[in-house]
Design a protein around this ligand. Structure first.
Ligand code: ZN
Length: 149
């Protein structure tokens, strides 16, 4: 278990240091901002939707390690997925960080599992969820700023 914990810790630190898909996307079909006033996490999410598929996804902005790593991991998981698949992954992530989903193996969750630990820290749940809620609203074609408060 402690091996898994340090693996998860490493995933968060590594994605925070080298966030994937961390760039503006001028040609995005949906652009949405997410803000977590409690921590100061503030990101802009870019989605390029073609037919029903997330053809490209990127983000920029700043915030704590958990919020940035979560956004980075999210972009790697959702690129190329259909909207329905993306919503399914969002649901899994949500039940993971709220503590409903427990003791699921790394084989099942992969990098997503790195965020399971935040369920013990309610304030951190908002950091980890910010990019995901922003993505969820962007898929719904909402345009208002997504705030965790
Ligand atoms: Zn944060």
């Amino acid at each position: 278990m402690s091996d898994l914990r340090s693996l998860y810790q490493e995933i968060i630190l590594e994605h925070n240091k080298n966030p994937r898909n961390f760039r503006k996307m001028p040609e995005a079909s949906r652009i949405l901002e997410g803000y977590n006033p409690l921590c100061g996490d503030h990101y802009t999410l870019y989605l390029k939707i073609i037919d029903d598929t997330i053809a490209d996804i990127s983000f920029e902005g700043s915030g704590c390690a958990i919020s940035k790593a979560s956004a980075s991991v999210m972009t790697t998981l959702l690129k190329g997925k259909t909207k329905t698949e993306a919503e399914k992954i969002f649901e899994t992530f949500h039940s993971l960080v709220t503590g409903e989903l427990k003791d699921v193996s790394f084989e099942t969750l992969g990098k997503l599992g790195a965020f399971g630990g935040v369920s013990e820290f309610p304030a951190r749940v908002k950091c980890a969820s910010l990019a995901w809620h922003t993505m969820h609203n962007a898929l719904d074609a909402k345009t208002d700023l997504v705030s965790t408060e």
